[in-house]
Design a binder for this molecule. Structure first.
Ligand code: FE
Length: 330
């Protein structure tokens, strides 16, 4: 081997060891929703990604217990409330990335750069097209009006999506107004709160109630299979500050061994190509505003997003839980 070839092969070996270092992701998202993106990243870069899946609670406990021995580089989960909790438990580290800051709008990422939204879901009003006209609807607050008595279906207050919606509203319109609204919702319930969003949408379809609140992608999963589903979204609070949006997202773990690799992967996930996959697979909206939504998702129309930073879902979470408890929202 001559000197030139030796040098080239040494450089290549160095490059591959430096760039192909495995990335370990702790993820609470369903594997089929993230695997296609990670496979595409590995194909493009040669970097292997190891995914450890569990619910967000156990994963956060695990990160805490593992401390500096943790093999995790990235924590990926749904809901800003969960990401905030990971930040609050000091499980994440702030990262500097002009790419992420330019691809992800400011309201969809942590102001201190501990986590970044990678897809967007709207939590809005859904109604039965056979019994309700959209002109009868306006806002989350209006669902507290006695005209909806016995007509409203909601998911349980134990769910983080509702805690985030209420927490964000506390930050937005204040606790007294929010509490009056939630009290009105409880008075209007057609049935005890449901265990998941899909059950809410099915209860509206079945005529058990006329209106409810759910995340858009659960609706997307239903109508992708059943176009005749008699329920449709109404964009809440368009005359006010806009519809509540939340994220799925990720942050770099505080004791990550491969910080560079982790940042690169997050940057790639915020890029056009990955954003299409990331949002389309689960009928979510891209976080990167340059990317178009899946045609089915786009068919629901565009709407004004409430631009309050999603971090409020976390900082107001405890207050939201206590408020819902006070008015008997189970
Ligand atoms: Fe969900």
């Amino acid at each position: 081997m001559n000197k030139k070839v030796l040098l080239a092969s040494l450089l290549a070996a160095f490059a591959s060891s430096a760039f192909a270092e495995e990335i370990v992701v702790y993820s609470s998202r369903a594997e089929q929703l993230i695997k296609p993106m990670f496979d595409a990243y590995t194909k493009e870069t040669g970097v292997a990604i190891k995914v450890i899946s569990d619910k967000e609670g156990p994963l956060m406990e695990r990160l805490k217990n593992e401390g500096s021995n943790s093999p995790a580089d990235i924590f990926l989960t749904t809901d800003a409330g969960n990401l905030w909790k990971a930040e609050d438990m000091r499980l994440l580290q702030a990262i500097k990335s002009p790419t992420l800051n330019s691809n992800i709008p400011a309201n969809l990422r942590d102001p201190d750069n501990y986590w970044f939204g990678l897809s967007v879901r709207a939590r809005t009003i859904f109604y039965n097209k056979n019994t309700i006209k959209p002109a009868q609807l306006s806002s989350y607050e209006d669902l507290a009006d006695p005209k909806w008595k016995g007509k409203l279906c909601l998911r349980s207050s134990k769910n983080v999506y509702n805690q985030s919606l209420i927490g964000t509203m506390i930050a937005d319109i204040g606790a007294p107004k929010t509490e009056r609204m939630v009290k009105g919702w409880v008075d209007n319930l057609a049935a005890a709160p449901f265990g998941n969003d899909t059950a809410v949408l099915e209860a509206i379809a079945a005529g058990q109630c006329d209106v409810g609140i759910a995340n858009t992608y659960y609706y997307g999963r239903i109508v992708a299979k059943n176009a005749a589903f008699p329920v449709t979204p109404f964009w809440a609070n368009q005359a006010g500050k806009g519809t509540h949006v939340n994220i799925s997202g990720a942050g770099v773990v505080r004791h990550a061994k491969n910080v560079k690799g982790a940042v690169k992967l997050l940057e790639w996930l915020s890029s056009d190509k990955a954003q299409n996959m990331f949002s389309d697979i689960n009928y979510e909206y891209p976080a990167n505003q340059k990317v178009k939504a899946d045609p089915l998702v786009a068919s629901w129309g565009s709407f004004k997003h409430n631009l309050i930073n999603v971090k409020a879902a976390g900082t107001k979470q405890a207050e939201a839980v206590m408020l819902m408890d006070r008015v008997g929202y189970k």
